[in-house]
Design a binder for this molecule. Sequence first.
Ligand code: ADP
Length: 608
Amino acid sequence: MAFVSTSPDPRGARRRRVALIALTLAAATALTGWVAYHWAETGARAELALNGDQRLGLYASSIRNAVGRYDYLPVLVARDHEVLGLLETPTDARRDAVNRRLEQANLSAGSAALYVVDAKGVALAASNWADPAQSFVGQTYDFRPYFRQAVEEGAGRYFGIGVTTGLPGYFLSQAIRLDGRLIGVAVVKIDLEPLQRDWAAGGERVLVTDGHGIVFLSSHPDWKYRALRPLPGPVREGLARTRQYDRTELAALGLQDGPEVESGARLVSLPDDPSEGDPDTRPVRRRSFLMQERPLPEFGWTIRFLSDPEPVRARATGAAILAAMGVLLAAAFLALGHQRRQTLRVQREARVTLERRVEERTAELVAANRVLREAQEELVQAGKLAALGQMSAALAHEINQPLAAIRTFVASTRLLAERGETGLVRDNLAMIGDLAERMAMLSGHLKDFARKGPARVEAVPVARAMDRALALLAPRLREDGIDVIQAIPAGARVRGDAVRLEQVFVNLLRNAADAMDGVADRRLDLAARPVAEGWEIRIRDSGTGIAEAHRSRLFDPFFTTKEVGQGLGLGLSLSYGIVRDFGGTLRAENNPDGGACFILLLPDAEEI
Ligand code: ADP
């Protein structure tokens, strides 16, 4: 049950979860980016506006200074005795003298021009009297507002393009009175062009407009003598009358107002090139600016400062990207941490499970081992008992027979001795001796079986050992009519113990004879040939052969197929042990044409 998910479609649920996480992440990134953008934009814009405000203050005071420096000049001129004398009674000599005085004063003050106009508006003397092309002397200025203002209010101030010189300037005028009667007007013309040059050199965008919104001072010459917004007809007519801007066209600048983004600062746009025609009717390329303005009430002007908002956007965009990246990075860290925790948890669980399994298996193994050991002990015990039983039965049989025979012979011998039949007594005693010999042989067998390790290591000629074994069994072989074919080379010499090798041969030959008991054709082939390991000796019979079922147990102690009393099942096991002690091997196989073959491999005697 633990492995079955409760969800009907775990893969679908997982995909939905991943989609949800991705969506949340995208939303968080976008939101953070947006907030960062606006936060950075507000900050940067406030900074920009503060800077603009400071610049405006600076430019306003520079304009005031530029004008204020000359305030005293017309007043001074209006009080001059020579000027008063000239206006009272104009003579050439007086005009000359005043001309020179004005020229001198103008030069030392640094103003553009200094001149005196009579009550009708005709210039009587001027600082520029010596320049015939530019001289104001003799010109009429009664239409100029600064003349009228002086006449009506005692003083005047006015910006306009000079009707004589064609050069723009700021005019300050002062009424000249004698005994309360107006006899003329003193005028100073101030050149403001150098101010603009300073602004342009600073790379800043500054413009000054008059009461009608006409730009007359600007860091950018393109904007000059253009109206911020189109001028109404009556205004144009008034301007033509005073010739304030002389004959300039005063086309529209094409300023478009945008929203106010800071207090006193609004976004505006201006055509890239104002000379491209009428920007109010034709689509043109525009550029955005942050515009701030400050009025100059004593002049009736407004000074405007334009700053480039691009750095604000760039800074805000940078902040947005940085913030979004921060969110993504944080998300990546979170995901990594989560995955790491997950992996650690899975590993810990796996380790715990593994440890538990190992413990369980170990406990099972320990239990199984205990059962196995008990079973094994029982088996060993049973095997021992069985072996002991078999051996006891066999030994009892082997010993009882000759004992019973001996008893019978002893009884009959006693009778024969009483009767004095010495010949028969001797025969009986010989029989008893044979039987005792057989018992001795049996006990010898058992002793051999108990013995460990080879008695001696010597070079044993195989043919001789075989001949002795054959000699021992000669009566049996003859009796059974067994043909013996011996082909063992005289040079075959192996490493071992002669007596024990004979014993092995006797065992193998006797087994062969036993196996041929029931067959008609009885034949023994004895051969030996040199091989890599030493000598291979084959003892081959034409008997019944070895049953497949017995093959694996042939060399086990006490394994026998013979009747009780016929065999103990020790012969092969004993022989196997002896051959192994010599450093050789013993195995058995069946011949293709019937019968069994026992094969010995023994090390060559040369290796001793
Ligand atoms: P035993 O001769 O006392 O039975 P062995 O250990 O000498 O004991 O032999 C074990 C068994 O191996 C024999 O009982 C017999 O079944 C089988 N055997 C041994 N030699 C041969 C042979 N040459 N042919 C067939 N069977 C054999």
